[in-house]
Design a binder for this molecule. Structure first.
Ligand code: ADP
Length: 524
């Protein structure tokens, strides 16, 4: 070989290896060292099939070598072929290889040029998975069918043993598995759970945190019982990405595998891209469903608005005309009483107008939040002061608050939440009841927990999941003909969520209702 030829082979980006008719390696360039993981010194003299062929394929490779040694072309000589080679550290490397032969003084020598096609293969696989998911979303007639198509497309194209799509239900209190693809022959046993709470297991953690999670070893993931159930059925790694459109987390896409061939960031990139597509789909579907629901509730809405407008307006006009007719005859305290009725009803109308405006802003995504350093204890005290007088109700209102409770939030929006929860507690608690408001930071000072509890009419457990829907009014409130619009809680929840917090209806011992809000104290 000319010196230039050896220099070219040493500098080549293609792996070059040569072997004789017994398979013994006689040439091995630096690119072969990188592709297959053996140094030249380790490779020389060893047999080619033992070095670069996966254990399961070695017998076939030996048979092929015998054909080549016999002077026949076999399946490989003069062809461009792709196969999974074996790396020194025991993993498969997909390669494209060409094999030629020369006859020299020492006999026949075979020359192989090979290059790693992992990246090209991966790109092809990813593109196929993306296309399959896009097709699944476009063609499916319903959200359920779309979810099934997505997990199937991903599971089959990417070869993952388990692929799951989880969605957050309307009231954010539970996650349900919308679809799951399992490779044939794998039994899921106690890994097959269909409902989870936010924060629990991989889907719950992804939804609660809103960012991707990579579990490199399910067997040692002590945070989750489900991870250990996954490890027991042979799953090793898991990745979960949120289905999000930037504003809201709609669910999680989770895949579980025996091993992961692709680099972490590439895979997360693919999954996040797909999750964004699915998130948009879910959001579009929800908007359509909302439109249908809106059309259905339009009549109820009109009835509610008319009723809620008519009552205070009737009170205002009635009292105003009474004042007009009898201004001179009415004693001063009667006149003041009339003016108070007018003011109270005008305030009721203005609160309702504000709520409707907020609802419109909320739906168009324009509910502004202007955070600043804020004292929640002060806000709650002000809201309580504003309702201190409850004529005829004789409620005991207790507050357990620290002197100051600092957090980074929009003070006027938090005041709106406080006003809504406290006025509800008052409105839905009969005379003689108790209202307790507490707020405190946890030991780390990161999270603030704020509760508003009352001993009032309560909300039946079965109705709780619907409580945060627009215009929803519980049967307990309707039965007692307590006026309301069903808007306040929807707005309160949006405000809390825009502060990266949660609002939930806690289980309540005895009659009454407890709302619990958790808010991060520091800027997110
Ligand atoms: P509104 O009170 O104007 O109807 P909200 O959105 O504030 O609207 O509340 C929605 C519904 O939730 C109420 O109609 C009522 O049925 C129920 N609710 C809210 N807070 C309480 C409470 N403290 N006790 C009992 N029911 C409540």
């Amino acid at each position: 070989m000319l010196p230039e030829q050896s220099a070219v082979l040493a500098a080549a980006m293609e792996a070059y290896l040569a072997f004789d008719t017994t398979g013994r390696l006689v040439a091995w360039n630096p690119a072969a060292e990188t592709t297959f993981g053996y140094t030249q010194a380790q490779a020389y003299g060893r047999s080619v099939e033992e070095l670069i062929v996966a254990p399961g394929q070695r017998a076939a490779a030996r048979a092929e070598l015998a054909i080549l040694a016999g002077g026949r072309p076999g399946r490989s000589l003069g062809r461009r072929m792709q196969f999974c080679a074996w790396h020194a550290d025991g993993h498969e490397v997909p390669v494209e290889m060409t094999l030629t032969a020369t006859d020299g003084p020492t006999g026949r020598v075979f020359h192989a040029f090979a290059h790693d096609i992992t990246i090209a293969r991966r790109a092809g696989r990813f593109a196929a998975a993306e296309a399959a998911v896009a097709r699944g979303l476009a063609e499916a007639g319903s959200s359920t069918a779309a979810a099934a198509r997505v997990v199937e497309a991903l599971g089959v194209k990417m070869g993952w043993p388990v692929t799951e799509l989880w969605v957050v239900d309307d009231d954010r209190q539970l996650l349900t598995c919308a679809a799951r693809h399992v490779e044939p022959g794998r039994r899921l046993r106690d890994f097959a759970v269909d409902v989870l709470e936010p924060g629990v297991a991989l889907p719950g953690r992804v939804c609660a945190g809103g960012s991707p999670i990579w579990i490199p070893d399910l067997g040692t993931d002590t945070r989750s019982v489900r991870s250990r159930a996954a490890a027991r059925i042979g799953l090793r790694v898991a990745i979960g990405v949120p289905l999000t459109t930037g504003r809201q987390v709609h669910g999680a896409l989770c895949v579980y595998g025996d091993r992961v061939e692709d680099p972490e960031d590439t895979l997360l990139g693919l999954l996040s891209g797909l999750a964004a597509q699915i998130g948009q789909y879910v959001e579009r579907r929800r908007a359509e469903e909302l439109a249908i629901e809106l059309a259905r509730t339009k009549d109820e809405f009109l009835a509610m608005v008319t009723h809620e407008l008519r009552n205070p307006l009737a009170a205002i006009t009635g009292t105003a005309s009474l004042l007009d007719d009898e201004l001179d005859e009415l004693p001063p305290d009667e006149r003041r009483h009339c003016l108070q009725i007018i003011t109270r009803n005008a305030e009721r109308l203005s609160v309702m107008a504000e709520d409707l405006l907020d609802l419109a802003r909320l739906e168009s995504g324009h509910l502004a939040i202007n955070p600043a350093d804020t004292d929640l204890a002060d806000i709650i005290r002000q809201a309580l002061d504003a309702v201190a007088e409850q004529p005829g109700k004789n409620l005991t209102i207790t507050a357990r608050l620290p002197e100051h409770l600092e957090l980074y939030a929009d003070p006027s929006r938090l005041r709106q939440v406080a006003d809504n929860l406290i006025s509800n507690a008052i409105k839905y608690t009969p005379a003689g009841g108790t209202i307790t408001v507490t707020a405190a930071a946890d030991e780390t000072g990161d999270t603030i927990t704020w509760t508003v509890a009352d001993t009032g009419i309560g909300i039946p457990a079965a109705e709780r999941p619907r409580l945060f829907r627009r215009f929803y009014r519980a049967s307990t409130a309707l039965d007692q003909r307590i006026p309301g619009t069903g808007l306040g809680l929807v707005i309160a929840r949006t405000i809390v969520e825009r502060h990266h917090g949660t609002i939930t209806l806690s289980d309540h011992l005895g009659p009454g209702t407890t709302f619990t809000i958790e808010l991060p104290a520091k800027p997110q």
